[in-house]
Design a protein around this ligand. Structure first.
Ligand code: B12
Ligand code: SF4
Ligand code: SF4
Length: 361
């Protein structure tokens, strides 16, 4: 494998043998446009590793079995995003990337480093430049073959490998993803305001979820698939073939009342190996309470009532909100014992908003 074109062929075969569905090669200087748009050095892979000469971009299809949006109609159930219903993709992809990198070094020489979901690597622009697809108006990579459902990973190498041609934008006049977004998180096509994105709010955001966005979240308790799922290019998508990423039965449509009752050890047991584990029980139950508040089902008010006395302020605050939506009179009756005793400022603010209509931060 000494010639750059032959190396590319061999790497593609290696990628498929390790379970990746699509692979392409890109030079580290190929995404100068992304760098400019970000107005900082972060876009340049050479800032991360000056010796890198070629980047192998890999895609793993995780196409869901059914319609991932069907669960949004079942208001007593929690919607966990398709990407998080199986094992944690970081672990699954990383071990595959490491095996590819090792084989590459053994057979062709040079050095190699692997990256998946490392904030410093612009995986989407690099994958587009490597020909895997294009960045759609929802900002994710869309593939002609796999639609919106690809996880991305990268192997950086010091070897000279023949690059692939970039994929062009096939969005045309479509704006389905922009229009479906429940929280209007796209200020313009190709731009995402992460602070409004339900994926960010349910997975990354640590404090109370902004009050005006809560009713828009419905029953989405971990991630969000709406903008991905409506893309017309999914018509060619196939169900993912990696068994570890397949949806676990218990995570397809879990009942909100069961989830609200999880204590820390039950949470860890249910979400062992799942990406959901990383948010921890407190943030997760906060999300479940938002979904309970949006359920319109007064029978779920009892779950919120129990959580008014949870040890975590984030959970107590969300429980106040949920109960104010489902059973405001009951919340008033319960306030007497609890509101005075509440020491946490953020929970006091929830009581004030629920009972006095005071929405000042
Ligand atoms: C931070 C992050 C998030 C944040 C922010 C997302 C975002 N769009 O930036 C949050 C938590 C919201 C998030 C959510 C999700 N994420 Co995420 N996330 C990342 C991460 C770690 C970094 C992304 C990043 O750098 N964002 C910063 C912005 C500035 O980057 P950008 O969108 O590429 O910005 C470009 C555009 O804005 C464009 N642009 C700006 N103006 C203009 C104007 C024009 C005309 C044009 C053409 C372009 C353009 O230029 C910028 C630079 O190229 C990547 C992994 C990685 N290292 O890449 C995963 C990653 C992007 N996430 C992924 C996934 C699956 C998701 C979710 C679908 C999960 C879910 N189901 O809930 C959602 C989708 C939400 C969405 N609509 O994007 C996958 C996407 C795979 C794919 N096929 O693209 C990645 C690549 C992880 C992986 N390894 O597979 N994510
Ligand atoms: S993931 Fe959901 S909330 Fe985030 S941008 Fe897409 S549709 Fe909007
Ligand atoms: S839904 Fe339409 S606009 Fe959005 S990424 Fe797909 S093709 Fe592009």
């Amino acid at each position: 494998m000494s010639d750059p074109a032959e190396r590319r062929r061999a790497i593609r075969e290696l990628a498929h043998a390790h379970g990746f569905d699509i692979a392409g090669i890109v030079r580290p200087d190929a995404i100068a446009g992304a760098e400019t748009r970000l107005a900082r050095r972060r876009g340049d892979p050479r800032a991360l590793w000056p010796e890198v000469r070629s980047i192998v971009m890999l895609g793993l299809n995780y196409g869901p079995e059914g319609d991932p949006l069907a669960i949004l109609q079942a208001r007593g159930r929690g919607a966990i995003s398709a990407y998080a219903q199986g094992e944690d993709y970081h672990e699954v992809i990383k071990s595959k990337l490491e095996r590819i990198a090792r084989t590459l070094v053994e057979t062709a020489g040079g050095e190699a480093k692997v990256f998946v979901d490392t904030a410093a690597v612009m995986e989407k622009p690099l994958a587009a430049a490597a020909g895997l697809g294009w960045q759609g108006k929802h900002t994710n990579l869309v593939s002609l073959e796999f639609g919106s459902w690809l996880f991305l990973g990268a192997v950086f190498t010091t070897l000279d490998v023949e690059p692939d041609a970039p994929e062009s934008d096939h969005c045309g006049s479509c704006r389905a993803c922009l229009d479906v977004c429940p929280t209007a998180a796209f200020p313009a096509p190709y731009r995402l305001d992460a602070r409004r994105c339900i994926s960010y709010l349910t997975i990354e955001h640590k404090g109370p979820i902004p009050r005006e966005l809560r009713p828009l979240m419905g029953n989405r308790i971990f991630g969000c698939d709406d903008c991905l799922a409506v893309c017309p290019w999914n018509k060619f998508a196939k169900t993912g073939r990696e068994a570890k990423l397949a949806a676990r039965e218990a995570l397809r449509a879990p009942r909100l009342d069961d989830l609200a009752r999880l204590d820390d050890s039950a949470f860890r047991a249910l979400f062992a190996k799942s990406p959901v584990k990383r948010t921890g029980r407190i943030r997760f139950v906060r999300n479940v309470l938002i979904a309970i508040g949006n359920s319109g089902d007064p029978a779920l008010a009892a779950e919120a009532e129990i959580l008014l006395d949870d040890a975590a302020p984030l959970v107590r605050g969300a429980a106040v909100w949920a109960l104010s939506r489902l059973a405001p009179a009951r919340l008033c009756a319960l306030a007497a014992q609890r509101r005075e005793a509440e020491k946490d400022g953020s929970v006091q603010a929830e009581w004030a908003a629920a009972l006095d209509g005071d929405t000042s931060p």
